[in-house]
Design a protein around this ligand. Structure first.
Ligand code: RNT
Ligand code: ZN
Length: 417
């Protein structure tokens, strides 16, 4: 008797889909998993709590409080996530050792990230991505960093960005794969601004100064991440979508699209192909926006599937740098990571299990009836059986993975008091 997987494979074959090649392809697509879900974006460089432009809610027990605990938790979560994994770090996760309290963010160098490289190599990661940290710091003056009218403040953050470029280059060299350096700043105003242009001109100058540091463009991919608004900066965000798209296009860098950073009726899945028409690379922060909040754990929902479809059907798995960005402090954090990262992988598999060439032809032939019929039929094919097979082939626990997390919570997380 054939297995459920073999039956599923036959069903997909009937729809013109080669399951084996989908499974092979999925193994090659890296997903960059953010370190900051594990400790509520606190970091290790002294701030003690998230602040100055970013917020998190919840106080579920077991937050990783130091490097050892965060590594332990990452290892656990990554053991439950199939596929090719990268680690996404923020500068605030520097391992400062005896220099803690003596060096500030504008003086960070590669050596403070050596322990992370050793860890990434130890657990066999594909690479490390990086972010300068423009929040949770005393130099966020009046909520502004790179766009500050205070030259001392602005210069400090420029130096931080420049230091991070060198660190990112080091990470790429060490790991042997290109690294993304993503710039996101929380700068903005709560109420109607008196001047919308000058802060943007200052940001433009600051970015130019950061990028004036020589770096190897084959190894470091620089991205800028826009945002529509945040709590406390409801009226104006300096780094808006238009600002950054024009900045990136004119400077030969790339855009990072965070799907929690747009109006609810704007879709990142539709923005990806627009950018692919002009850029070599597009970076993503895959997240889930809920009303005003943009950082809920990624679920296996329609927009996630649409994002994955745009990556797969445009043959853009090497052009779209997939990263995750959510932080929920109200639930078990290992589960948050596992659910979100698995769902990204699931969506990619979903997109790989579609006969895209055939569907595109139906569109070109204006056969919209058949296109709708076929697309709907695909939705009820035995996807779960193929996903289970993928987990098995990656040696990752199937649907019973949560039992492992519960045991880990009892033994490890609950002891963190
Ligand atoms: C914030 C941005 C940014 C951060 C991380 C921690 O709205 O999405 O990417 O979430 O850098
Ligand atoms: Zn983001």
């Amino acid at each position: 008797m054939s297995t459920i997987f073999e039956q599923a494979k036959a069903k997909y074959a009937k729809s013109g889909v080669d399951v084996e090649s989908a499974l092979e392809k999925l193994k090659t697509i890296p997903v960059s998993i953010h370190c900051w879900q594990g400790d509520d974006v606190v970091g290790f460089d002294g701030a003690g709590a998230l602040g100055d432009g970013l917020q998190i809610t919840g106080n579920y027990p077991g937050r990783a409080r130091n490097f050892e605990e965060l590594k332990e938790d990452i290892k656990k979560a990554f053991s439950l996530i199939p596929g090719k994994k990268r680690l996404n770090l923020h500068a605030s996760y520097a391992i400062l050792g005896a220099d803690k309290g003596k060096v500030d963010r504008d003086e960070y160098t590669a050596k403070y990230f050596e322990p992370w490289v050793a860890f990434a190599k130890e657990i066999g990661l594909d690479g490390i991505d990086f972010n300068p940290t423009f929040f949770s710091h005393k130099n966020m003056k009046n909520g502004l960093s790179l766009s500050s009218p205070d030259e001392e403040i602005r210069k400090f953050w420029i130096r931080h960005g420049q230091a991070c470029l060198k660190i990112t280059e080091y990470l790429a060299n060490e790991m042997g794969t290109p690294s993304l350096m993503n710039i996101w700043i929380p700068d903005g105003f709560k109420d109607v601004p008196a001047d919308r242009l000058t802060p943007r001109l200052r940001l433009k100058n600051s970015l130019d100064e950061i990028l004036s540091v020589p770096y190897d463009k084959n190894k470091v991919v620089v991205a800028v991440e826009s945002k529509v608004f945040a709590v406390g900066i409801e009226s104006y965000t300096v780094g808006s979508n238009e600002f950054y798209q024009n900045y990136a296009a004119s400077r030969g860098i790339c855009c990072l699209l965070d799907n929690g950073h747009y109006h609810p009726l704007e879709y990142v899945s539709d923005k990806i192909p627009s950018l692919l028409a002009f850029y070599d690379k597009v970076a993503l922060h895959v997240t889930r926006g809920v009303r005003w909040d943009s950082d809920h754990v990624v679920l296996f929902e329609d927009e996630l599937k649409e994002i994955a479809k745009e990556i797969i059907r445009n043959d853009a798995a090497e052009k779209v740098l997939i990263g995750l960005d959510f932080f929920d402090a109200s639930i078990n954090r290992i589960s948050a990571w596992t659910v979100g990262a698995r769902n990204m992988q699931k969506a990619l598999l979903w997109a790989l299990l579609m006969p895209h060439a055939e569907l595109k032809t139906l569109q070109d032939e204006a056969n919209f009836t058949k296109l709708m019929v076929e697309a709907e039929e695909l939705k009820t094919l035995p996807f779960g059986a193929v996903w289970e097979e993928y987990l098995k082939r990656c040696n990752v626990a199937g649907e019973d993975w949560f039992g492992e997390v519960e045991a880990y919570e009892k033994k490890i997380l609950n002891a963190r008091v």
